[in-house]
Design a binder for this molecule. Structure first.
Ligand code: PGA
Length: 259
């Protein structure tokens, strides 16, 4: 199955609007130099306050080879939900993706599988693509419950979503112990877990749809890890945190994902 690789930069809570614009400019320049032909899907996820400015910049320059993502959303359309932002509000700035269920959101902001499922449903209804994150803690890995934990996260996230919409969604496998630690998960092991995710998807959406879903690896991805990661049968790209905050390393990762 020919799945187009996808490299997404998750900027987390970094960069003012001015810094976001400078970084976006440098990324555009770097990615342009790579040529357009075999580029992966390239996605950047700035903080909410930078989304309007980055969106305008991408649009003005005509940099359609870089797509925009939010890092989170709320599942209600509008109303008395102080501090939250709806999918419609994100859509206004031409973002195509929204990351949901990142382990930091689950850990620090109490995001549950049920909330992630509600968010996924609304994102799809609005015509955007969810990047659904899953992953185990070190404790779960040592207890040997990685596979069952992740299958459960995936099953819950995909409840009541049509198989065709599941096929167009993106999943990111991010072992929590590998995030921001410099400890990348062994590529073969990441591929094994990702195959398990694809099997879980096949059970709810059918094998053909599961073959279409792009499943990323995330957790200390660096320019020198990406080629081996992309060489795995089931790893379709990367969700990059730290290394996406500098244009040079992010562009090198994009280059490493070119076919
Ligand atoms: P990292 O973060 O690349 O800094 O490990 C990945 C993520 O949390 O998405």
């Amino acid at each position: 199955m020919d799945r187009k690789p996808l490299i997404a930069g998750n900027w987390k809570m970094h960069n003012t609007q001015a810094q976001s614009l400078a970084l976006t400019n440098d990324i555009i320049k770097g990615v342009k130099k790579l040529g357009k032909d075999s580029l992966p899907t390239v996605v950047i996820a700035p903080v909410f306050t930078s989304i309007p400015g980055v969106s305008k910049l991408l649009n003005e320059i005509g940099a359609s080879f870089i797509e925009l993502s939010a890092q989170n959303c709320y599942y209600e359309q509008k109303g008395a939900f102080t501090g939250e932002i709806s999918v419609e509000m994100i859509k206004e700035f031409k973002a195509n993706y929204i990351i949901i269920g990142h382990s930091e959101r689950r850990q620090y902001f109490g995001e549950t599988d049920e909330m992630i499922n509600k968010k996924a449903q609304v994102i799809i209804k609005e015509g955007l693509t969810p990047i659904i994150c899953c992953g185990e803690t070190l404790e779960q890995r040592e207890l040997g419950v990685t596979d069952s934990h992740i299958a459960s996260q995936i099953n819950k996230a995909l409840e009541n979503i049509a198989p065709v919409d599941i096929a167009n969604s993106v999943i990111a496998y991010e072992p929590i112990w590998a995030i921001g630690t410099g400890k990348t998960c062994d590529s073969a092991e990441a591929n094994r877990v990702i195959k398990g995710i694809r099997n879980a998807v096949a059970q709810v959406a059918g094998k053909a749809n599961a073959e279409k879903v792009r499943i990323l690896y995330g957790g200390s991805v660096k320019p020198d890890t990406i080629v081996e990661q992309m060489a795995q049968s089931d790893i379709d790209g990367a969700l990059v945190g730290g290394a996406s905050l500098e244009a040079e390393s992010f562009v090198k990762i994009v280059e490493g994902a070119m076919k």
